[in-house]
Design a protein around this ligand. Structure first.
Ligand code: SAM
Ligand code: SF4
Length: 341
């Protein structure tokens, strides 16, 4: 399959929202499907979207070009699990052709199960850094958390990424009573391998089988415990996202904290998310959205897309209102795997 090397239109106005935040970062979901079933993310019997509702690779490519033309400089492909989408590497290659021509970074968030097969192709397409989700190094706990026995595959994928020259950052969702005790060990191992780590608080998105509040672990408490063990020095490093970083003196590695619940980071938000069906969500925690698929499939796609993106800038809310409590409904009914984490 080949995707045409179309160039983005020039001189379109940048994306700036009503709070004067410049939007330069697109998280583009290429599928809502996944080969794992992480308990905090989705139920075991997850209902996936009918394939005909999902954008074609060609439509995803056109969308990426439209965003680049409006000043987006960083694109992260995500999902669901991006590497379960057939021929996703063609899309990576096609978008990768814009690197140095408007696009500064093309990256990916993956659960790592298929990375050993794809790491070389991703690097060759211009990907330099990837995020891999890894909540535990214990095979039994991995199976319990993801409902699949895939730890060895994921570790092989991380090793393949390193061998291909990709910088790896590990995303770890901190879970009370589950991987809580293992967090220092994961950090030590990752830093020893040369990988950065980012800890993430569980977010109340979509119904899952378990009660999320039971395993919600505020990261301010985790940070305190880590600070009693190691020397944590605040770092000026910014990845253009909500994480705040420290350098760990003893391990020589970088550690990030994403704290949607305990520390709101919305004032500097620079991103929007597009689902695999082409719905642009202006905020991860909000319902505000525009339909880019309808625009793409209309008679006048360029004009309709431009209007839809302008509308997205008008409706992007100032902040999310996440709250996690026993028995409380999720902040949004859609799962992170749909919106694109
Ligand atoms: N499947 C890929 C993966 O797991 O890396 C990409 C999509 S996944 C939705 C992106 C990130 O969202 C992962 O790091 C995952 O751990 C995180 N995530 C999923 N559901 C979450 C939730 N309810 N709260 C916090 N993080 C969540
Ligand atoms: Fe799949 Fe990622 Fe959700 Fe886990 S977090 S179920 S790997 S989409």
């Amino acid at each position: 399959m080949s995707l045409s090397p179309a160039r983005p239109a020039c001189a379109a106005p940048p994306l700036v929202d009503a709070f004067q935040r410049r939007i330069t970062y697109l998280r583009l979901s290429v599928t809502d499907r996944c080969d794992l079933r992480c308990t905090y993310c989705m139920p075991e019997r997850m209902a996936f979207l009918p394939r005909k509702e999902v954008l074609t690779l060609e439509e995803l490519h056109r969308l990426a070009l439209a965003f680049i033309a409006r000043g987006v400089t960083k694109i992260r492909l995500t999902g669901g699990e991006p590497l379960v989408r057939r021929e996703v590497v063609d899309l990576v290659r096609a978008i990768g052709r814009q690197l140095g021509d408007g696009l500064e970074e093309l990256t990916l968030t993956t659960n790592g199960t298929r990375l050993d097969a794809f790491a070389g192709d991703l690097a060759a397409a211009g990907v330099r850094r990837i995020n891999v989700s890894l909540d535990t190094l214990d095979a039994a706990l991995f199976q319990r958390l993801s409902r699949r026995d895939q730890l060895a595959q994921v570790l092989a994928g991380i090793a393949a990424a390193k061998a291909a020259g990709l910088a790896v950052k590990l995303n770890v969702v901190a879970l009370k009573g589950l991987n809580e005790h293992e967090i220092p060990r994961i950090i030590e191992w990752a830093h020893g391998e040369g990988h950065a780590v980012t800890l993430i608080e569980t977010m109340p998105l979509g119904e899952v089988d378990a009660e999320r509040a039971d395993h919600y672990l505020p990261l301010d408490a985790v940070r305190e415990r880590l600070a009693a063990r190691w020397t944590l020095a605040d770092s000026a490093h910014r990845s253009g996202g909500p994480a705040r970083y420290v350098e760990v003196a003893e391990t020589g590695g970088r550690l990030g904290f994403i704290t949607p619940l305990t520390g709101n980071f919305c004032a500097t938000c620079n991103r929007v998310r597009v689902t695999a069906t082409g719905r642009l969500y202006a905020c991860l925690g909000g319902a505000e959205q525009v339909d880019l698929r309808a625009a793409l499939r209309s008679e006048a796609p360029e004009a309709r897309l431009a209007d839809a993106l302008d509308e997205a800038m008008r409706i992007k809310p100032e902040r999310h209102h996440f709250r996690i409590a026993p028995g409380a409904a999720p902040a949004q009914p859609r799962h992170m795997s749909l919106t694109g984490g």
